[in-house]
Design a protein around this ligand. Structure first.
Ligand code: HEC
Ligand code: HEC
Length: 347
């Protein structure tokens, strides 16, 4: 139990062929070490990663996806990349309430972390996109994000020597929507975070301890009275349910899950977010309206604003200031510094 489980992905012939055919500096890339065996470090306390049959986790796909993820060539005026809003050093978020897309245009939601996105059963806070492959179309075509489209992107990449060679080596074709979406999704599945201090403590690794305050915070978090862990649970600290946590009495234009279902009882419901790396992913909530974790704890302590769809578990908690501090200290233990400094995820 105490050592991480290393999942070895044996490269198929396609992988070896990709290595032979690749024209540029693949040799310097450690994904290709060990004679074509790629190692994805999936922590011992995680379930198996769901991977679609048509998109195996081949290292050369992951690498091509990484190149695309960091390249502003994906936006209409070549000014914005995926990484403009999903910055690796901040767990693939940014620190804006609403991130700026092309020409500084602002969207209406806060950029979420992409850590462990491979395990998300549906994409987006309202569940509006079914898979990681499909989700690529959302930022690409949103006028507030990249304001481009798949047809024009395919043409642009086909006129680019670097990408025509890379797609030929990886997919055996010119750049096309299949390859673009598969590569980006494969890269994003490689964004894995499970080595916070709390993980090491939970796995009972040698020397992994919590301070007394963190330990009290842990007990509060998992207690039936606070019930944080009835929603933020499992290996990724989310039940993946759509819940109204009482942020507003009037959700205005962003009705959350109801945007997809058009059901009044879904107004103000958002997919429960992970709490992994929560200390670095501020500001908080779907609209980035709470600036820090103190404000989040106060929100729960106050018991929510009382929207008709507010979940019954959100109720006044009567926390002392010491309990608030303990809870805060526990949340800080969920930061995975190794992940935040993982240079293999960065172009
Ligand atoms: C202008 C900022 C911006 C850019 C550029 C951007 N994103 Fe996002 N991303 C967001 C925001 C905001 C959300 C939350 C949207 C929602 O939930 O409705 C999001 C959500 C996502 C999600 C869903 C995560 C989840 O847990 O459901 C994925 C995956 C994602 N982005 C990947 C990408 C990729 C890949 C690109 C580049 C092709 C990209 N993003 C470009 C801001 C951005
Ligand atoms: C009934 C389910 C539920 C309970 C109980 C609950 N939460 Fe949440 N939590 C949510 C939902 C849903 C959101 C997202 C709401 C939104 O985006 O508007 C959220 C958001 C958060 C966020 C912000 C995450 C981000 O990335 O923006 C933090 C931090 C958080 N909760 C911590 C806690 C703590 C600490 C407790 C216990 C005191 C708790 N939650 C109890 C459902 C719950």
């Amino acid at each position: 139990m105490s050592t991480p489980r290393y999942v070895h992905i044996i490269l198929t012939m396609a992988g070896l062929l990709g290595l032979l055919l690749s024209v540029d500096g693949c040799t310097e890339d450690n994904l290709f070490e060990m004679g074509g065996i790629s190692t994805l470090d999936i922590p011992a306390n995680f379930p198996d990663m769901p991977v679609p049959d048509d998109n195996p986790m081949l290292p050369e796909r992951i690498e091509l996806g990484r190149a695309l993820f960091f390249d502003p060539i994906l936006s209409v005026d070549s000014s914005v990349s995926c990484a403009s809003c999903h910055k690796p050093e901040w767990a693939f978020t940014d620190h804006a309430s609403f991130s700026a897309g092309v020409e500084g245009r602002l969207g209406f939601r806060n950029a979420p972390t992409l850590a462990n996105v491979a395990w998300a059963p549906v994409m987006l806070m309202d569940g509006g996109s079914p898979t990681l492959e499909q989700q690529v179309y959302v930022p690409l075509e949103d006028p507030h994000e990249m304001d481009f489209n798949m047809v024009l992107l395919t043409e642009r990449l086909s006129a680019n020597t670097y990408y025509t060679q890379r797609f030929q080596a990886v997919f055996g074709t010119a750049p096309d929507p299949f390859g673009i979406t598969r590569a980006l999704a494969a890269y994003q599945r490689s964004i894995i975070s499970g080595n916070s201090r709390f993980d090491r403590y939970a796995r009972k690794e040698p020397g992994a301890t919590l301070t007394e305050s963190e330990e009290r915070g842990r007990e509060l978090f998992f207690s039936p009275e606070l019930s944080c862990s009835s929603c933020h649970n499992g290996f990724h600290f989310t039940s993946w349910e759509f819940i109204n946590n009482g942020l507003y009495t009037d959700y205005g234009l962003d009705s959350g899950r109801a945007r997809i279902t058009a059901q009044p009882n879904d107004v103000g419901k958002f997919r429960v977010p992970t709490l992994r790396n929560i200390a670095v992913t501020f500001p908080y909530m779907h609209d980035g309206s709470l600036p820090d974790l103190e404000a989040v704890i106060d929100h729960y302590d106050n018991g929510g604003q009382g929207h008709p769809n507010q979940d019954a578990r959100i109720k006044p908690l009567g926390l002392t200031s010491e309990q608030k501090t303990d809870l805060l200290h526990f949340l800080y233990t969920l930061t995975d510094n190794q992940f935040l400094r993982n240079t293999s995820l960065v172009e």
